[in-house]
Design a protein around this ligand. Structure first.
Ligand code: MG
Length: 250
């Protein structure tokens, strides 16, 4: 397995890609209200990314037809923006996006409430976000990769939810998906030792019910098998000797 260690020059580009992506997420958070369509969110993301002279990482990636993934309620990831998909009060929506700045990617996801949501849904969003922060307590030089995985799952399970197992986090850099894979659940081994300069996309996908998922007939959208809600939280991070640097969070 070869994991790339980024140079300062590469990191400068990734920081910029992350900063712009953070801005995209902040802008979308402000316009997510009942009656907006997921297509409109996609349009706005494209607009912001282009205004910075950048390219959306996801557009045409393996044929994906949009700049963001917009996954509503029981949709876990890879929801395709659609002008007929109108958000309504009480929905939750996960937005995943990526930005390419001078050849380098950032990758991040957030889950938002649409108007007023149930306390149960709000708790799922909060636990999912916090599981990322629990995981990255181990994202520093000298720790092992799968300590991150274990910490995420422990926190999620302690809160009564489950981690999706079919999709995982990953290295990120000159390519959107690089080695290593970063699972959000316990592994038999400790995994590789983390080294400064590694850049990872850590992305817990958390289901309110069981962990099983399947793919809809559009060949993209991943949904929970039991129909329960799912949330997603992701940032691109840089491993250092100390705390990780979160590149996609302004
Ligand atoms: Mg990712």
């Amino acid at each position: 397995m070869s994991v790339s260690i980024k140079s300062e020059k590469e990191l400068a580009r990734m920081r910029e890609a992350g900063k712009i992506l953070s801005e995209v997420h902040d802008c979308l958070a402000d316009i997510i209200v009942p009656s907006i369509t997921t297509k409109e969110l996609d349009r706005r993301a494209f607009e912001i990314i282009h205004a910075h002279g950048c390219t959306p990482s996801f557009l045409n990636y393996n044929g994906f037809p949009a700049s963001i993934c917009a996954s509503v309620n029981e949709e876990v990831i890879h929801g395709i923006p659609d002008k007929k998909r109108v958000l309504k009060e009480g929905d939750i929506i996960s937005i995943d996006a990526g930005v390419i700045y001078e050849g380098y990617h950032s990758d991040a996801a957030r889950t938002h409430a649409v108007g007023q949501i149930s306390p149960e849904a709000a708790r799922l969003i909060e636990v999912t976000k916090q599981s990322f922060f629990e995981g990255i307590k181990y994202a520093r030089a000298g720790c092992h990769l799968f300590e991150i995985s274990a910490a995420i799952e422990d926190y999620v399970v302690a809160n009564g939810y489950s981690c999706v197992r079919d999709y995982v986090g990953h290295g990120v850099g000159a390519r959107l998906h690089e080695e290593p894979e970063v699972p959000n659940f316990h592994q038999k081994r400790r995994g590789m030792k983390l080294v400064p300069g590694m850049t990872l996309a850590i992305e817990p996908m958390v289901n309110m019910g069981r962990p099983e998922v399947y793919v809809l007939e559009n060949d993209w959208t991943v949904v929970t098998e039991d129909g329960t809600l799912s949330a997603h939280y992701e940032n691109t991070i840089l491993i250092t000797e100390k705390e990780p640097e979160i590149l996609s969070l302004n």
